[in-house]
Design a protein around this ligand. Structure first.
Ligand code: 13P
Ligand code: SF4
Length: 332
């Protein structure tokens, strides 16, 4: 039995008629409501195909900061929608499923991170974009995997730095920059599941393949990789490389765009270590479905909110990141 107060709050949607062309309806609703659909490369192919824009975390934040739409629908995870809301406080920001969390963001509770920061005076605080708004509010500058190296290098060599929450990305940036940033021990459950053993076994079957890896993977996996980069950087590399075959160690949603942009190349997802599944999927990203996206646009719900106080603090480190990315020509 559906409670009236749930209906009043918009929590109950009508059944979607069988045979409805969801993609066409989504595009119609976008036009009617001046809404824009932004999607991360880790969402399902159908969502990437219907979206106005598909990108990595950096490009999505850049796009949100520039849009003149009245409604932003963020097909991704919670922290991405929060980032959009912080950048665009006067716009309605929707997330098709409010349960789309991020294991990495959750590995860094704001109260614990605050105690860590307070215990290290004199350090500048760099936070990966995969954090809650509350953690961003404790941060000097936000980074993404698409600009972390350049932003770290923009600090004087003797500046003491804290980097959170992704340990693997932080350790990787330390190794390529020669810095010694103090690292928070957080991780992404999806990228942690890649192992060198599975990569070696696949490489034996595909000796000419290049190994591509996202920097959220463990250090041993990154050492085995031929190329390490953000999702957008991996895609760019795949397009530019002379190689015809690739083993891809990141969330398998990226293969959709890789295969679309390079139809004559072969992309093989690296499977997770602890399962017989062929590819590694982020269950939070997969909560974004075409039906939920359609309902979200139709009912303009679920809507993301960020408290004014938190947003006022969190917007500064995000804007610093966008500004420095602009100066370094990292705008995509
Ligand atoms: P990028 O989009 O920066 O490659 O990060 C991947 C990610 O973890 C998104 O959840
Ligand atoms: Fe978070 Fe990992 Fe999923 Fe990205 S892939 S949203 S970091 S849990």
């Amino acid at each position: 039995m559906v409670k009236q107060e749930w209906k009043d709050a918009g929590y109950v949607t009508e059944p979607i008629p069988a045979g409805l062309d969801l993609a066409a309806e989504i595009r119609r609703l976008c036009k009617e409501k001046n809404a824009v659909v932004l999607a991360h490369y880790y969402t399902i192919g159908a969502i990437q195909d219907v979206a106005d824009f598909v990108g990595d975390s950096l490009a999505l934040a850049q796009k949100a900061s520039r849009t003149d739409a009245d409604i932003i629908v963020m097909c991704g995870v919670n922290f991405m929608a929060e980032t959009d809301k912080i950048l665009c406080p006067d716009k309605k920001v929707l997330l098709p499923d409010l349960g789309s969390h991020c294991s990495l963001a959750e590995s860094c509770p704001a109260d614990q991170f605050e105690a860590f920061v307070k215990a290290h005076p004199g350090y500048k605080v760099l936070s990966y974009v995969n954090t809650t708004a509350a953690v961003k509010a404790l941060t000097d500058i936000v980074v993404t995997s698409g600009n972390a190296r350049e932003i770290v290098e923009s600090f004087p060599p003797d500046q003491k730095l804290i980097f959170g929450p992704d340990y693997n990305l932080g350790a990787y940036i330390n190794s390529v920059t020669g810095r010694n940033m103090l690292l928070w021990h957080g991780a992404c459950d999806v990228h942690e599941r890649f192992s060198v053993e599975k990569i070696v076994a696949l490489k034996a079957q595909h000796p000419n393949a290049e190994i591509l890896a996202h920097p959220e993977c463990k250090g041993a996996v990154l050492k085995a990789a031929d190329y390490v980069g953000s999702t957008a950087a991996l895609l760019r590399h795949a397009k530019e490389s002379d190689c015809r075959e690739f083993l891809v160690a990141t969330e398998s949603g990226i293969l959709h765009e890789m295969q679309k942009s390079c139809p004559d190349k072969t992309f093989i997802p690296v499977p997770p270590d602890d399962s017989t599944c062929a590819c590694n999927e982020c269950s939070y990203m997969r909560l974004n479905t075409m039906a939920k996206l359609y309902n979200c646009l139709k009912y303009e719900w679920p809507e993301i909110s960020v408290s004014r106080e938190t947003a006022a603090k969190a917007v500064k480190p995000i804007e610093r990141m966008l500004e420095i990315s602009r100066k370094l020509n990292l705008v995509k």
